[in-house]
Design a protein. Structure first.
Length: 256
């Protein structure tokens, strides 16, 4: 196989253990997962269940912290001082580490969630803060972030290993940012279109922005959202389609 891609999914974004059936069905088809840390969603028991499933399937485990705003699922910016945001990040990442230790798992990467992710993709000052806080906790963690964004630049400055992320189920603006969810073209739900987008990104072929421009995106990992309708079927379809296209699915390593 001439191409390799990581297939990651945001998981553990529910409150009751009984609601994890979709996550369990997704696990066999992905190579890394981003586990909600109790900020925008999730809790200690759900985190433990998710990490145990990941261990069973050989899926790399990452922490998925976001704004502590369950009402808006972390998808709305919050007005927080740098100190308040740092404390929220530290609390979530400390919980993820504690749960991982209790389940025999290891946190390998971090990926911000929702509004925090989108803001850090365009705000270098915020991205540098996030990178610095993460490096203090564990500078061996990989940092998943939007390809060609301020997060990539911040990781280079701080010295963290950056994993450039692309999206099979989201539309792009001409600036290579994600189309806002409240605007047309933000979500890709048609199965064939989603698979073709995934293959194009994995093979480093140009993809079309919502406005029609052709974009060159260099990515190492593809995100599939676990809270989208039909997420388990989409994960299986993407896995099978990528492999059929000669693309290996494998989590990234720590080496640059």
């Amino acid at each position: 196989m001439s191409h390799v891609i990581d297939l990651n999914c945001d998981l553990g974004e529910y409150a009751s253990l009984a609601d994890g059936q979709v996550d369990a069905a997704i696990m066999p088809h992905i190579s890394s997962c981003n586990v909600a840390c109790g900020g925008h969603a999730g809790n200690q028991a759900v985190m433990a269940q998710t990490m145990r499933w990941a261990l069973q399937h050989g899926v790399q485990i990452g922490a998925h912290p976001g704004y502590p705003d369950r009402v808006n699922f972390g998808r709305e910016p919050m007005s927080m001082s740098p100190r308040e945001l740092q404390q929220a990040m530290q609390q979530q990442l400390s919980l993820a580490q504690a749960v991982a230790a209790a389940t025999g798992a290891t946190i390998r990467h971090i990926k911000p969630h929702g509004a925090l992710y989108n803001q850090a993709a365009e705000d270098l000052t915020l991205a540098l803060k996030l990178m610095t806080w993460v490096a203090v906790i564990d500078d061996r963690w990989l940092f998943y972030g939007l390809a060609h964004s301020a997060m990539a630049e911040a990781a280079a400055q701080v010295g963290l290993r950056f994993v450039a992320e692309g999206f099979a189920d989201r539309g792009y603006t001409a600036r290579r940012t994600l189309q806002p969810r409240d605007q047309a073209g933000a979500l890709i739900s048609e199965p064939a279109a989603m698979l073709q987008r995934a293959i194009d990104l994995a093979q480093q072929s140009p993809v079309a922005a919502v406005s029609g421009e052709r974009l060159d995106l260099r990515v190492e990992t593809l995100c599939l959202h676990g809270d989208h309708p039909g997420a388990a079927a989409s994960a299986e379809r993407l896995h099978q389609g990528l492999v059929a296209a000669g693309i290996a699915i494998r989590a990234p390593t720590g080496a640059a």
